[in-house]
Design a protein around this ligand. Sequence first.
Ligand code: ATP
Ligand code: MG
Ligand code: MG
Length: 376
Amino acid sequence: GGTIGILGGGQLGRMMANAGSAMGYRFIALDPTPDSPAGQVAEQITAAYDDREAARQLAARSDVITYEFENVDADVAAMLMSESYVPQGSELLYTTQHRLREKRAIEAAGAQVAPYAEIRGEEELREAVSRFGTPCVLKTATGGYDGKGQWVIRDIAECGEAYAALSRAGTQLVLEQFIDFAMEISVIAARSANGEIKAFPPAENIHVENILHLSIVPARTGESVLKEAERLAVRIAEGLGVVGLIAVEMFVAKDGRLYVNELAPRPHNSGHYTMEACRTSQFEQHVRAVCGLPLGDTALMSPVVMVNVLGQHVEPLLERMAVQDEASERLGVAPKVHLYGKKDAVFKRKMGHVNVLGPTVEAALEWINETKIWKV
Ligand code: ATP
Ligand code: MG
Ligand code: MG
C-alpha cells in the first residue's frame, strides 16, 4: 500500500491510477483542470503544475511522486526530491526535455540518431541543409508534441521561412536529416531502482497528420529488427539510468538500420496496447518500477491493434458500441474501448483508444476498416 502522487492529471495519470489502485495504492493527481481524467478516478489537487505550495502539499501526502508528462518544471521536481521520494529523479526529465541533450544521451548509450545539427541562425540552417540534403526537418528543441514546432524543409529556398516561423518560439532549434523510413516502431522499457529491466514487444506505429493513429503488434517487420529494437531500448534505459518507463521511438530505415527518433520518460500512447494484450500493462509496470516491486512479465498474449479515438470519432464509436457488432463476431476480434472522461470532444483531441484483440493483426485492421469510424 501507500500513496502515489502524480504530477499531471491527464489520461496517462488516469490509467496509471486505475492500474495501481487494483494493486492497493492510493493516488493523488496535481492538475490545473478541475475533474481531470485522473482526478475522476483518484484524489486531485487542483493547481498549476509549477505552483510550489500545491506541489509541497502533494509531497506531504504522498509516499512516492511520479509524473505523467515530461515538461514538469525541473526546479519543481528538484524541490520535490528534498520533500518526498521521487525515484525517477530530475535528471531524466532534464535530458528528455531538450532534443539536443536527448540525442547526445542516446548516442552516448550506443544507439544511432538521424544526422542532426544545432541551428543558431538562418545562415547556419542553409549551410546544414546543403550538407544533409533535402528533405530535412527543423524542430524546436523544447516543448513540441504531435508534430507541433516542426517544419519539413523540402527545398533549400524554404530555409528563410522555416527559420522565421520556428525561431519565433524563442527556443533552440535542431535540424535533422529526414529518414526515408520503411516503418516507425517504438519500444517501451521499464527499469526499477535496483536495475532490473524489461522491454515490451515493439509496436509498429502509423501516424496521421503527426498524431498517432495505429499501433500494430506484432510489428510487421523481421524478427532480427525487433530483437535489435528491444536491445537498443534496454541499452538506453541502462545508459540513462532510467527508473520507471522509457518509451523509445525509432525509424526502421529501408536497409533495416534503426535510428532513434525521440524518448518519453513515461507511459506512452504506443504502449496502450499492453492493457489487454500483454500479461502486464505499461501502467502496472510503471507502478511496479517506481515502487520497487519486481517487474511483471511483458509477454504478448494476443495480436492487437490499438487505434486512437479523437474528438471526431467519439460519436460514431458510441453508436457502434450500442448495437450488436456482427463484424467483430465474424472476424473473431474483441474491441476493448477505453475513454478518458474528457468533456469536450474537440476535433483531433485524444479522447480514448480501442485495443482490438484478434486472431491476427490483419483481422483487427479489417474490423477498424469496416466500422468506418476512422474514415474522418
Ligand atoms: P510526439 O507526439 O510523438 O511527441 P513530436 O511532436 O515530438 O511527436 P516527432 O516524434 O519528433 O514529433 O516527429 C513526429 C513525426 O514526424 C514522427 O513520428 C515521424 O513520422 C516524423 N519525423 C520526425 N522527424 C523525422 C525524421 N528525422 N525523419 C523522418 N520522419 C520524421
Ligand atoms: Mg515528442
Ligand atoms: Mg514522436
